[in-house]
Design a protein around this ligand. Sequence first.
Ligand SMILES: NC(=O)c1ccc[n+]([C@@H]2O[C@H](COP(=O)([O-])OP(=O)(O)OC[C@H]3O[C@@H](n4cnc5c(N)ncnc54)[C@H](OP(=O)(O)O)[C@@H]3O)[C@@H](O)[C@H]2O)c1
Length: 271
Amino acid sequence: MIVVTGATGNVGRSLVQALAAAGERVTAVSRGASQVPQGVSHRQADLGEPESLKPVLDGADALFLLVAGEDPRGIVEAAGAGGVGRVVLLSSQGAGTRPEVYRHPLAFEDAVQRSGLDWTILRPGGFDSNAFAWAETVRSRRTAAAPFGDVGLPFIDPADIAEVAAVVLRDGGHAGRTYELTGPASITPRRRAQAIGEALGAPVRFVEQSREEARAQMLQFMPEPVVEGTLAILGEPTPAEQRVSPHVEQILGRPPRTFAEWAARNIAAFR
Ligand SMILES: NC(=O)c1ccc[n+]([C@@H]2O[C@H](COP(=O)([O-])OP(=O)(O)OC[C@H]3O[C@@H](n4cnc5c(N)ncnc54)[C@H](OP(=O)(O)O)[C@@H]3O)[C@@H](O)[C@H]2O)c1
């Protein structure tokens, strides 16, 4: 049985579907009540309270772990005690490129590496689904605002992260590996807004925010050091952050999906 935390999220939802479609027994975990595909069981637990995970992890073979809560050691101990053999951690590219800022995912990486379980770490860059932040203004005004309009990054489709996670959770041969996950090419915010317009069949006007405007907006839902780290990645990415990684294609045997494909699949949110 495979336990998927973050099961209501952009990655977790697709992962639960992929595993269930492959015939795996899946337990989907989130803090609140949630709809899950037929045949999947759902359990409520909080990664911030590792005790709440114990009954969920008891008897599980593998765990897909999200970075949430403050006690990664408590989580991996609960996994080990429950008999989990394999853990796949959804970390972040920043853990490798900006370790001084991304301490939280790094602490989770450290805990799984010391856990004694077979571990695999996924380090994705920015998600295509971050464009959902534009949904309301695209629907109401056909505008999309972001800073650094002409700085490109290889954003990734969360469905590709989920497919990679499904392979790694099901197959042996990935233990002790850290995979960098990116999309197929760099794409700028301006071009992403244009791609949403193309999928919509109506132009979307890109509005370039100042760094300060973006900072004020991000501070509403992210802690200050993470806002600074995110702005630095978006505005002054390092060569490592701009690089297209081969790992998605190596694992899935096909190139990563483009942003245009993500936009077409999710266009209902922007209508
Ligand atoms: N967005 C990016 O650009 C980016 C880039 C690199 C890495 N990441 C990492 O990827 C992760 C997943 O992203 P996503 O887009 O799938 O996130 P998301 O859509 O916001 O989903 C987050 C999921 O985490 C669950 N969750 C949050 N806190 C929890 C807790 N304390 N205990 C149990 N479950 C909890 C939520 O479930 P409930 O609220 O229903 O409990 C939800 O299912 C992020 O958390 C981040 O660490 C994101």
